[in-house]
Design a binder for this molecule. Structure first.
Ligand SMILES: [Zn+2]
Length: 200
């Protein structure tokens, strides 16, 4: 056994990982991550995962479960969906994936006359649920595109995706604890303490 490798807890997903894996140093402390996905989440808002004076949301055991429907640009076959399913469920924080199916006439693009036309299942969208503290819609979409699937290019769909990215970022930014934020936000308590000091 190699005893030179120490295990560290990935602050995003909680897995024990080799201390040298996907490292980041934040405020003088080194952190290790199981994947680039977790590393990316941490770097985008460390205050969601670690805190010094205050416990960060993740340290308090918070989960932010989201459910989204993702429309494909080109419907997937069942075999393609199985591949996508495996890849997305292997991502940290992805909980369920469900296909949204439509029946298509397999014969419609081929020679119609004479040939038997069977109906086949085609998958036009997926419904995915995930923990926003571990995975964002943007990360899921990027993964989908690396699997040679496409997302709907319709104007409304693109706009909605951008809006969701924005909302998710706002939600995460709001939850993250920041160094020094407590003193500013808690002005009333500070003032009370100050008055008490003067009175004493
Ligand atoms: Zn991780």
């Amino acid at each position: 056994m190699d005893e030179s490798v120490r295990l560290e807890r990935d602050p995003v997903c909680g897995m024990m990982v080799d201390e040298w894996a996907h490292q980041v140093v934040h405020r003088g402390v080194g952190y290790a991550f199981c994947s680039l996905q977790c590393r990316e989440r941490f770097v985008s808002a460390p205050g969601l995962y670690v805190g010094r004076k205050l416990l960060a949301p993740k340290q308090k055991g918070m989960e932010l479960i989201k459910r989204r429907r993702m429309e494909f640009g080109v419907p997937l076959t069942q075999a393609q969906f199985v591949e996508l399913n495996d890849a997305l469920l292997s991502m940290m924080g992805v909980m369920t994936l469900r296909s949204v199916e439509v029946m298509v006439d397999a014969g419609c693009d081929l020679q119609r006359s004479g040939s038997e036309t069977g109906m086949t299942v085609s998958i036009k969208a997926a419904e995915v649920s995930y923990d926003l503290l571990q995975a964002t819609a943007l990360q899921l979409e990027r993964k989908i595109v690396t699997l040679n699937a496409t997302l709907s290019n319709e104007w409304g769909e693109k706009l909605q995706r951008d809006f969701i990215h924005y909302l998710e970022q706002c939600e995460l930014d709001d939850l993250a604890i920041r160094p020094g934020a407590q003193a500013k936000r808690d002005g009333r308590t500070r003032h009370a303490a100050f008055s008490f000091q003067r009175a004493a």
